[in-house]
Design a protein around this ligand. Structure first.
Ligand code: IPD
Ligand code: CA
Length: 264
C-alpha cells in the first residue's frame, strides 16, 4: 500500500524536474506547436515535451497507475490511482514571457471526475519564482518548508482572482459574473494560471478564486492545496458544460457561493 507521502515525494521531484525543463526551453525560445479549441488556445512544443517527461517519469516509478494529462491521451491504470497533469498551466503567459506559469501534478484515487475523486497528493511548481507548493491528504499544504493557511478575514473586501476561457462567446457571461462579484471584492486579479491562482489562495496571497469551465488538470492539484490549507473548494452547476469552481476560506467561499449560486 502506497502512502500519500511517497506519492508526494514523487510528485515534487517530477514537478521540479519538469519545471526546470520548461524554464530552460523558455530561455531557448518558445515554438508554437498548434492551436486547439480556438485561436487563443495554444500549445507550445514545450508543453508537449514537458508532458512527455512527466509521463515517462511517473510510468517508470509507478507503471500501474492511470494518467490524465492536458496534452496526450488518457490511460486507465490498475491501481485505482490516476495522475492528473498540466505540464504548463499558464501557457499563454509562457508564450508571452510572463513568469506566471507552473507545472501542476496531482494523484487522485477513484473516478477521475473533478472533486468527486479522492485527492491524495499535489505539487505545483512555478519555475520562474522557484516556488514549490505541495499538499498531501491529511498532511497540510506547504510552500517549500512553510505550512500554508488560507486567509480568514478580509475586512477591506476580498482580494479575488478569476480566469476566462478561450472561447470568445463566453466572455460576456464571465464579465457579467465579475460585475456581480465585485460587490464583495477589494480588487480582482486575472493572472493567467488557474493552478497558481489556487496555490495562492492556499498561501493566503489571495482571499478567493472563481472560474467557469476549468478542466481536471487545471484544478486537481490546486484544489487539494486549498483544502489542505484549511479552505473550501466546490463546484456549482456540476453537470453543465462550464461548471463554476469556487475556492477560499470559509467566509469568502460562502459569500462567493451565495452570489454565484444565484446566477443560473
Ligand atoms: C488555462 C489557465 C488560465 C485559465 C484557463 C486555463 P492553460 O490553462 O489556467 O488561467 O483561465 O481556463 O485553460 O491553457 O494555460 O493550461
Ligand atoms: Ca491549464
Amino acid at each position: 500500500m502506497t502512502s500519500e507521502l511517497e506519492l508526494a515525494a514523487l510528485a515534487s521531484d517530477v514537478a521540479r524536474e519538469a519545471g526546470e525543463l520548461a524554464r530552460r526551453r523558455r530561455e531557448e525560445g518558445v515554438h508554437l506547436a498548434a492551436t486547439k479549441s480556438t485561436l487563443a488556445d495554444i500549445v507550445t512544443e514545450a508543453d508537449r515535451e514537458v508532458e512527455e517527461l512527466i509521463r515517462a517519469r511517473l510510468r517508470e516509478a509507478r507503471p500501474g497507475d492511470g494518467f490524465l494529462g492536458e496534452e496526450s491521451d488518457a490511460a486507465d491504470g490498475e491501481t485505482g490511482i490516476t495522475w492528473i497533469v498540466d505540464p504548463i498551466d499558464g501557457t499563454v503567459n509562457y508564450a508571452y514571457g510572463i513568469p506566471a506559469y507552473c507545472v501542476s501534478i496531482a494523484a487522485v484515487r477513484g473516478d477521475a471526475v473533478p472533486l468527486r475523486w479522492e485527492a491524495l497528493t499535489a505539487a505545483v511548481f512555478a519555475p520562474a519564482a522557484g516556488e514549490l507548493f505541495t499538499a498531501s491528504r491529511g498532511h497540510g499544504a506547504w510552500l517549500g518548508e512553510r505550512p500554508l493557511a488560507v486567509t480568514t478575514e478580509s475586512p477591506a473586501g476580498a482580494l479575488l482572482a478569476t480566469g476566462f476561457g478561450y472561447d470568445p462567446s463566453t466572455h460576456d457571461g464571465d464579465l457579467a459574473t465579475v460585475r456581480r462579484v465585485m460587490t464583495m471584492a477589494r480588487d480582482l486579479r486575472r493572472a493567467g494560471s488557474a493552478a497558481l491562482d489556487l496555490a495562492y489562495v492556499a498561501a493566503g496571497r489571495l482571499d478567493g478564486y472563481f472560474e467557469r469551465g476549468l478542466k481536471s488538470w487545471d484544478l486537481a492539484a490546486g484544489a487539494l492545496l486549498v483544502s489542505e490549507a484549511g479552505g473550501t473548494v466546490s463546484l456549482l452547476d456540476e453537470d453543465s458544460v462550464r461548471p463554476m469552481l469556487i475556492a477560499g476560506g470559509a467566509a469568502v467561499h460562502g459569500r462567493l457561493n451565495e452570489i454565484l449560486g444565484q446566477e443560473t
